[in-house]
Ligand binder design. Structure first.
Ligand code: HEM
Ligand SMILES: *[C@@H]1O[C@H](CO)[C@@H](O)[C@H](O)[C@H]1NC(C)=O
Ligand SMILES: *[C@@H]1O[C@H](CO)[C@@H](O)[C@H](O)[C@H]1NC(C)=O
Length: 328
């Protein structure tokens, strides 16, 4: 069941929560009002303006694609892709525990500043994030990997409690599957989008429990391939370690299929990566994703779907002038 486009969110989260309760499934209007080329008339250069900021930044910082991809996920998953994650301040999503080490915000600021110079008050921060993410991930291919539907508007609020609605890296498969299902994302989306972990790093905080206190019993997760477990223990030396480990060893910056080979070999770094091989349907999809063409196509489809979840369109929300603060 899909919810009608929600009204102006000026009244805050209470109304939204109530609507969600009344409608049971709160998956939102799946991208009604979004379309490719939304700014064709109002800001014809919008996409190249963002790309002209993002590609040089990606050339200078090989970890940018990881940062933006995670930022986009954190924006979309809790309350829809509405740039709520970009808002500064106490009590916002950014201030929630799982936001840890969010990056790439300066690139969004730079893209938005360039957009405002050419087309003041026209292109939303939410769209800037969606476009910059696509561009940063695409940079290494020298072509755009997916089309971005645009027309999102920016929310006027952000709630720390929403940041905690992100999936926990210690979820077992059924819980993980349900957390995606609640957002209208199926197992195929879960498997394809998890492929984002072919990029980037994780703080040991999310890994050490698997090494030292697995399910509270003081041991190591028996599903981790033993040599890999020892490798991880060398990098996350205790429960208190603040190191960051590569999620897809040997291929940290390449957007490729090695993540799927790793999890098949029981070398997934987070529990939520490993458990994708503990379910028949997911495991079959993991096998399929070993093919780069299939992975790129599946990822494109699923990130478009994620990018359309619960968006604000039409006259909802606003076009923020500065992505870090709501307009006043
Ligand atoms: C399936 C549920 C997911 C869980 C439990 C999860 C959890 C995590 C955790 C714990 C980290 C490490 C954060 C840190 O310590 O810095 C991380 C990193 C990352 N996640 Fe996820 N994630 C999930 C899905 C996704 C999705 C759907 C995307 C994007 C489509 C994504 C993109 C990333 C990226 C790119 C990084 C690396 C960031 C960097 O190195 O800067 N994740 N994720
Ligand atoms: C983007 O960069 C290209 C190459 O430098 C340039 O030709 C183009 O005019 C730029 N586009 C915009 C909108 O700034
Ligand atoms: C994330 O939240 C922490 C508090 O939990 C805060 O100290 C940090 O500045 C936030 N990170 C960003 C990028 O806002």
């Amino acid at each position: 069941m899909r919810m009608a486009p929600r009204g102006s969110n000026g009244s805050g989260g209470g109304t939204k929560l109530l609507l969600c309760l009344l409608l049971v499934a709160c998956t939102g209007a799946a991208g009604q009002g979004l379309r490719v080329g939304f700014y064709q008339q109002s800001c014809p250069d919008a996409e190249s303006i963002v790309r002209n900021v993002t590609w040089p930044a990606a050339a200078a910082d090989p970890s940018l694609a990881a940062k933006l991809l995670r930022l986009f996920f954190h924006d979309c998953f809790p309350q829809g892709c509405d740039a709520s994650v970009l808002l500064d301040g106490r009590g916002t999503e950014k201030a929630a525990g799982p936001n840890l080490s969010l990056g790439g915000l300066e690139v969004i600021d730079a893209a938005k500043a360039a957009l405002e110079r050419s087309c003041p008050g026209t292109v939303s921060c939410a769209d800037a994030v969606a476009l910059a993410t696509r561009d940063a991930v695409s940079f290494q291919f020298g072509r755009l990997l997916w089309q971005v539907e645009t027309g999102r508007r920016d929310s006027r609020f952000s709630d720390e409690a929403d940041g905690t609605k992100l999936p926990n890296p210690e979820y077992v498969f059924p819980i993980l599957r349900d957390s995606f299902a609640r957002r209208g994302l199926g197992v195929a989306d879960l498997v394809a989008l998890s492929g984002a972990h072919t990029l980037g790093r994780t703080t040991c905080m999310f890994v050490s429990p698997r090494l030292y206190t697995f399910q509270g019993n003081g041991g190591v997760d028996p599903f981790i391939e033993p040599r890999y477990a020892r490798e991880l223990m060398g990098q996350c030396t205790s429960m208190a370690s603040a190191n960051r480990v590569v999620m897809d060893p040997g291929s940290e910056f390449a957007f490729d299929t090695s993540y799927y080979r790793a999890i098949k070999a029981n070398r997934g770094v987070l529990l939520t990566d490993s458990v994708l091989t503990h379910d028949d349907e997911a495991a079959r999809l993991v096998d399929e994703m070993q093919d780069l063409g299939k992975f790129l196509a599946a990822f494109a489809a699923s990130i478009q779907k994620m990018g359309a979840m619960d968006v604000l369109t039409g006259s909802q929300g606003e076009i923020r002038r500065n992505c870090r603060v709501v307009n006043y």
